[in-house]
Design a protein around this ligand. Structure first.
Ligand SMILES: *[C@@H]1O[C@H](CO)[C@@H](O)[C@H](O)[C@H]1NC(C)=O
Ligand SMILES: *[C@@H]1O[C@H](CO)[C@@H](O)[C@H](O)[C@H]1NC(C)=O
Ligand SMILES: *[C@@H]1O[C@H](CO)[C@@H](O)[C@H](O)[C@H]1NC(C)=O
Ligand SMILES: *[C@@H]1O[C@H](CO)[C@@H](O)[C@H](O)[C@H]1NC(C)=O
Ligand SMILES: *[C@@H]1O[C@H](CO)[C@@H](O)[C@H](O)[C@H]1NC(C)=O
Ligand SMILES: *[C@@H]1O[C@H](CO)[C@@H](O)[C@H](O)[C@H]1NC(C)=O
Length: 483
């Protein structure tokens, strides 16, 4: 029988251990049903703790705990051990009783082994390794998974699986993990309370996050998300919203500034427009580096600016307008030339809006009618849908409206005879379907703007995985060897 000294000694070479036969293992403690899997796991890993010695009960290995009765492995905690090498693809798939796997802070490389069908698995932390890929079935059938942390991994670009929010996950963090592509569109109801996807290459609209109603922490900063901020007011638990360094456009929804749960908001370095949002006193706010009309919170914008931003809202706040339509002055009053793309001025009045062939989608806003000095309006050659708002027929100076070659429907409003209306290449006479929910997609992703935001947001939950196991392991070992 092995003595305690030998158990803890540094003499056991992994290689020697691998050559030990099943029968010699049986000389020690009763063999864990997971012994082969742990041996397999260890086979290609270097720098394992000294207790991982030949002939020892795997339930006595530092970082491994087993169920007392069945001998099955319940947790593996090998964080910050300097482990290197790779893990065989099926190394973990037979550990049917494993509830927690913490391999964070090592130098493990290659593919992450599959975790599919591990029914008891509740926590997985792989942060800060050198893993380069995730298997396709990584998250298949893991119904107990609550915490998943994949921060700082040099993975091949991967997309957010549609399945993630439908898992039982409460904490999901994949910061700086090379996530790319869009946010999944239809998120089922979810138990997620923390979602950290910052410092990736995610793009497209963020409307879907509004359905994650149990979130308290949402961090999506340093990506390439675009389009407007959705109405988040249904997220009644949301305390931290970090969305800086993206390509978000449009107005900050008024509903957001009134959310009672909010404590920290970062919207810095986007292309947000309109009045600077005014959050309540206890809210830690960073909104610098946007296109607000004025650097003072809550003050309204100039009437023509407001109207043109409502016009842009109809188009879903497209990037090509947001990059240019900012500030509180549409017309450069000194020389009468316009400062906003597509806008022509006479003095301080907007007299022409020419947004033809700009790949615009969405609808024509009735707010055009608030630009009362406009004489010419050209929206031809876009993808505009819906009807021409009746309000346009009230524009006092309008002389020319060109909406040729769009997808417009409904009836053309009754314009004064003095207005020349050009409307070929549309679908007029067809009824207008009710407006679709949400804003039309009409933006393209580019690279995020330069600059960084300092963030005082919470760190990950790694510290929550803190099992005081070593004493129990040693005790179990001693008992086993005396038995
Ligand atoms: C981000 O994604 C875009 C495509 O959406 C790609 O062109 C670009 O190279 C990616 N950038 C990084 C840093 O991966
Ligand atoms: C914006 O400009 C208008 C004049 O066009 C001015 O009355 C208003 O005070 C300005 N708003 C801000 C926030 O500067
Ligand atoms: C600009 O406005 C002035 C007076 O408001 C008017 O006399 C002039 O004709 C306008 N110019 C153009 C090009 O519309
Ligand atoms: C025009 O402006 C007024 C006041 O500025 C506003 O109440 C109204 O909603 C605007 N009209 C449209 C069609 O946006
Ligand atoms: C509107 O723009 C289109 C595309 O540039 C152009 O062909 C057309 O002549 C313009 N309409 C008017 C009335 O100037
Ligand atoms: C036009 O917009 C659509 C999305 O609405 C986008 O997929 C397409 O790439 C854009 N085309 C150009 C030429 O910008």
């Amino acid at each position: 029988m092995a003595s305690q000294d030998e158990q803890n000694g540094k003499t056991g070479l992994l290689l020697a251990f691998l050559c030990v036969s099943t029968s010699s293992l049986a000389l020690g403690a009763a063999k864990s049903p997971d012994a082969d899997a742990i041996v397999d796991l260890a086979r290609s890993v270097s720098n394992l703790p000294p207790s991982w010695t030949a002939g020892a009960d795997i339930c006595g290995y530092e970082g491994v705990t087993c169920d007392k009765d069945s001998g099955r492995v319940t947790t593996i905690d090998l964080r910050d051990k300097g482990l290197a090498g790779t893990l065989p693809s099926s190394a973990l798939s037979s550990l049917a009783a494993v509830t927690a796997l913490h391999l964070g802070g090592n130098r493990l490389a290659g593919a992450v082994p599959s975790l599919a069908s591990l029914a008891s698995l509740a926590l997985v932390v792989l942060d800060g390794n050198a893993f380069t890929s995730l298997p396709a079935d990584f998250l298949k059938d893991v119904p107990s998974l609550r915490d998943l942390s994949l921060d700082s991994l040099p993975l091949q670009p991967w997309s957010l699986p549609e399945a993630i929010p439908s898992l039982s996950l409460e904490y999901f963090s994949a910061s700086a993990a090379n996530l790319a592509g869009p946010f999944p569109a239809n998120l089922p109801c979810s138990s997620l309370t923390t979602l950290r996807l910052n410092r990736n290459n995610l793009s497209g609209p963020i409307d879907a996050v509004a359905s994650l109603k149990s979130l308290t922490v949402l961090m999506i900063d340093h990506n390439s998300f675009s389009g407007p901020i959705p109405d988040l007011s249904g997220m009644s638990q949301l305390e931290t919203f970090s969305a800086g360094d993206n390509l978000l456009t449009g107005l900050v929804p008024a509903s957001m500034t009134k959310m009672p749960s909010l404590r920290r908001v970062s919207l810095a370095n986007n292309l947000l427009q309109g009045p600077m949002p005014e959050f309540g006193h206890g809210v830690d706010t960073d909104v610098l580096g946007n296109d607000f009309c004025h650097p003072e919170p809550g003050r309204p914008c100039d009437a023509q600016v407001t109207a043109l931003l409502q016009v842009a809202a109809g188009f879903g706040y497209p990037l090509q307008l947001s990059r240019n339509w900012y500030g509180n002055t549409t017309c450069n009053s000194k020389d009468g030339t316009a400062s906003w793309v597509g806008v022509v001025c006479n003095g301080t009045d907007v007299t022409e809006v020419s947004l033809q062939q700009m790949n615009l989608s969405g609808t024509i806003s009735p707010a055009f009618a608030n630009l009362t000095a406009v004489v010419r309006l050209n929206l031809s050659g876009n993808h505009l849908a819906g009807a021409i708002p009746d309000a346009l027929a009230t524009m006092p100076r309008l002389a020319l409206l060109d909406v040729t070659n769009n997808n417009l429907r409904g009836q053309i409003p009754k314009f004064k005879p003095s207005v020349q209306v050009m409307a070929q290449g549309n679908r007029f006479g067809k009824s207008v379907p009710p407006p679709a929910a949400g804003v039309p997609a009409g933006t393209t992703a580019g690279s995020p703007p330069a600059g960084t935001v300092s963030s005082s947001l919470p760190a990950n939950s790694a510290s929550r995985f803190n099992l005081g196991i070593i004493a129990n392991v040693i005790l179990a070992l001693v008992i086993a060897n005396w038995g």
